[in-house]
Design a binder for this molecule. Structure first.
Ligand code: F58
Length: 755
């Protein structure tokens, strides 16, 4: 049905075999675009609007080919002409519209919403330079603009615009969209991204992400999460949020009216899921539109909106729960500030409890607004939801137990197995057939955990994935990974609670152990990847420690043959797709209670890595599913961690002064080591660990070292290890985002699936 040969002739006047990967990529992007455009948009009286500040969608080509049912045919035709689809895929520029877990979650969700035939779109902003492009200079992170828009970007112009009124000026938006085809169902939804009319790219220098934050009418859609360490930056974030939600609300209302709503019945036409608190102002904005533009009275408007908006919480970290000075809101959007004050008053009349107040001391608590005036609050893993209900949001849970529910996160298997791991995919197909493509049920693999042919197949697939990762690391940053190395990976945003610093301390331990003559059975390659927020100094310091260690070890001939540390530069979705399939060990070592769910843990498991983890987030559910023989857990329990915080009972000095620990922490400031790095950064990190250690890396360090040694030793029992890996693949089905989305729909959205 598709003829790439002919397309190549028409587009380039050359046979397919004679065009380069970049040209093949163009052909395929055009092919995908044409196919998508022929698909009808999912219809439904009631529609979902998933509003999110970020959508970390990754490259689209392979995922779209899979969903459109073109993948096998394209791969075959390319192979016949001597092209490799993975190499072609490398030509696509990855959109830069996201940051971390909640952004990637939104992308997996859009894929699953479309696949389940649910009418629902993502709504967000079209950032021209994304979060930032990470480069390492002198073993430190520098942040550059991530320029991704260009001729072949995937944006379609919807030709729609809205006016957004700020306090003393107004701007006009322009709507673009990216197609989201469902898997083999002949329909599509869209990711709808608002841009600013008249946005001025020339405000952004080539070599830094500093720009004039006060030129709001020209800079609104330049960057995701612009630096908020000063007041201009914080104000800009509020401007961005209001720009996003005002556009979203106008879109929702206008489309509902087009579908026949009289607005009194708006909840029959639209449900809004807000991804974290960034879009919370959509509540007052919808109320504003209903009252001030459509003459509905205030109480009724509040009732309408109360039935429309559902909130997902992604963190219990107090510092990450958004709060804005009311005066900022009054400056950015005075009408919204006024409505929030009214909502606060109404709420106080119902419950006179400062713990649940929306406005406290002139500060607006966005989560509180979302909980009082939304109809649903969900956490993203069982443990996380339990902590919200019992601790962090307990006063709200007492008021509205019926609003709370858990929706354990999930990942799309189209991207995270079928797309990124073709060899494992074929092995699974060969072993249990292809029903799992639709159902995500991989448990039939359990019947094969002692089947040597399948276990050998798994080793072979892992070997091929490692070869792809080795090639990626070689071309991406010039490092050579030993062929038989054990691949141990921690990839995620850099944050103290995720405890990359604890793995760094282990690496120091291992380095010293090898120096003492204890050589590992085979080379160990530890791979890190992740960006640090530019204003988060300690996270920058952690990156610096990892990079300095990496060079230090590579330059030590006694150790380098046995231990290698790699930090992937500019870790993004495309890098994840190369690294995750190759991993043997999945590092999920957050301080228990702090990682809401994690989703890379699910991706690793699905790709046959064994998890080394604390009992945090969704790790708890992974452990329950695979059983204790097929996972390695360690560390202080979340209950105990909560107690330590509540009683202020953790004293890092008590741990630091243990001889086995002091040696490792002090290595960071040992003069010879420090001379190879930045003294200020290394000293600051050392002192922070020894005296503050807010996320308790030293607390779990000794046990972590012991367990890691056991993991590496167990890896040498190859038969037993591969069996563990297969159990992990077999039990991963629960973490399909199709399951998660089916639950959102069943409990929260109530959309009618399209046939
Ligand atoms: C993440 N949150 C959670 N926030 O950390 C992770 O456990 C969870 O699996 C994931 O959401 C999906 O539920 C997250 O990505 C952010 O990146 C915030 C963005 C705005 C600044 C503060 C962090």
């Amino acid at each position: 049905m598709i003829n790439l040969e002919e397309r190549s002739q028409v587009a380039f006047g050359k046979p397919l075999a004679q065009i380069g990967d970049a040209q093949v990529c163009r052909l395929l992007q055009d092919l995908v675009r044409e196919h998508c455009q022929t698909l009808p948009i999912m219809e439904g009286k009631r529609r979902l609007y998933y509003v999110s500040a970020e959508f970390l969608i990754g490259r689209l080509l392979i995922n779209d080919l899979i969903n459109l049912g073109l993948y096998d045919e394209v791969r075959e035709q390319l192979a016949q002409a001597g092209h490799d689809l993975a190499a072609v895929d490398d030509q696509e520029v990855e959109p830069s519209l996201g940051n971390g877990g909640l952004g990637r979650l939104a992308a997996c969700f859009m894929d699953s919403v479309a696949t389940l035939g649910l009418p629902g779109d993502g709504v967000g902003l079209n950032y021209h330079y994304g979060l930032f492009h990470q480069r390492f200079v002198d073993n430190q992170q520098t942040a550059l603009p991530d320029e991704w828009l260009g001729e072949q970007d995937c944006l379609e112009d919807e030709g729609k615009s809205f006016e957004v009124q700020f306090g003393d000026f107004s701007v006009v938006s322009h709507l673009y969209s990216i197609d989201v085809p469902g898997y083999h169902n002949g329909k599509r939804n869209r990711l709808r991204l608002f841009d600013l009319e008249g946005v001025d790219d020339s405000l952004v220098p080539d070599d830094s992400i500093d720009f004039d934050k006060t030129k709001v009418a020209k800079n609104l859609t330049l960057f995701l999460y612009p630096d908020d360490s000063d007041e201009d930056g914080r104000l800009l974030r509020v401007y961005q949020q209001y720009f996003m939600v005002s556009n979203a609300a106008q879109l929702i209302v206008s489309e509902a009216v087009e579908r026949g709503s009289n607005l009194h019945d708006l909840p029959d036409y639209a449900v809004v899921q807000i991804n974290d608190t960034h879009p919370t102002m959509i509540i007052p904005e919808l109320i504003r539109i209903l009252t001030q533009e459509h003459g509905i009275d205030f109480e009724e408007a509040v009732g309408i909106v109360r039935h429309m908006v559902a909130y997902t919480n992604h963190t219990i970290l107090a510092e990450a729960l958004e709060k804005w000075p009311l005066e900022y809101l009054a400056k950015v959007a005075p009408k919204i500030a006024k409505i929030i004050e009214l909502l606060d008053q109404m709420q106080r009349e119902e419950h006179d409890d400062p713990a649940v107040a929306i406005i406290k001391d002139g500060t607006v608590h966005m989560a509180h607004l979302a909980i009082h005036y939304g109809f649903s609050v969900n956490g993203v893993a069982a443990l996380h939801t339990k902590i919200l209900e019992e601790t962090e949001l307990h006063p709200f849970y007492e008021l509205y137990p019926e609003k709370f529910s858990n929706k354990t996160n999930g990942i799309t298997f189209r991207r995270w197995l079928m797309g990124c791991n073709p060899d494992l995919t074929s092995l699974v197909d060969k072993t249990i057939g292809t029903d799992w493509h639709r159902t995500a049920d991989l448990t039939p693999l359990m019947a094969h955990v002692d089947d040597d042919e399948v276990l050998d197949g798994l080793v072979e697939a892992k070997g091929k994935a490692k070869a792809r990762m080795r090639e990626f690391l070689l071309t991406h940053q010039g490092v050579t990974v030993p062929e038989d190395a054990i691949i141990d990976v921690q990839v995620k945003r850099i944050h103290e609670y995720k405890r990359q610093q604890m793995l760094a301390l282990y690496l120091i331990w291992k380095y010293l152990d090898i120096k003492n003559g204890n050589k590992p059975a085979r080379p160990i390659t530890v791979v890190f990847g992740g960006k640090a927020a530019p204003a988060y100094t300690i996270a920058q310091d952690i990156i610096h420690l990892i990079l300095t260690l990496s060079s230090w070890i590579a330059n030590d001939p006694d150790v380098a043959p046995y231990l290698q540390v790699i930090m992937i530069e500019n870790y993004n979705v495309s890098a994840a797709e190369r690294v995750i399939p190759a991993a043997d060990i999945s590092e999920q070592i957050s301080l228990a209670s702090k990682e809401a769910s994690g989703t890379s843990n699910m991706k690793f498991m699905l790709n046959g890595a064994v998890t080394l983890c604390t009992l945090d987030g969704a790790n708890v559910e992974i452990a329950d599913l695979v059983g204790e023989d097929n996972i390695y857990t360690f560390g202080t329990s979340s209950r105990e961690v909560e107690r330590l915080y509540a009683e202020g009972a953790y004293d890092p000095q008590a741990y630091y002064h243990k001889p086995g620990i002091k040696l490792l922490v002090d290595f960071i400031t040992n003069p010879a080591f420090m001379a190879t790095g930045n003294e200020e950064r290394l000293r600051r990190l050392h002192d922070d660990m020894a005296h503050k250690d807010w996320f308790m890396a030293l607390l779990d360090l000794e046990e972590y070292i012991q367990v890691k040694e056991r993991v590496y030793a167990d890896y040498e029992d190859r038969g037993a290890w591969v069996r563990k890996a297969l159990v992990n693949v077999a039990q991963a089905g629960t973490f399909s985002s199709d399951r998660t989305i089916a639950q959102y729909n069943e409990d929260i959205w109530h959309l009618v699936p399209q046939k």
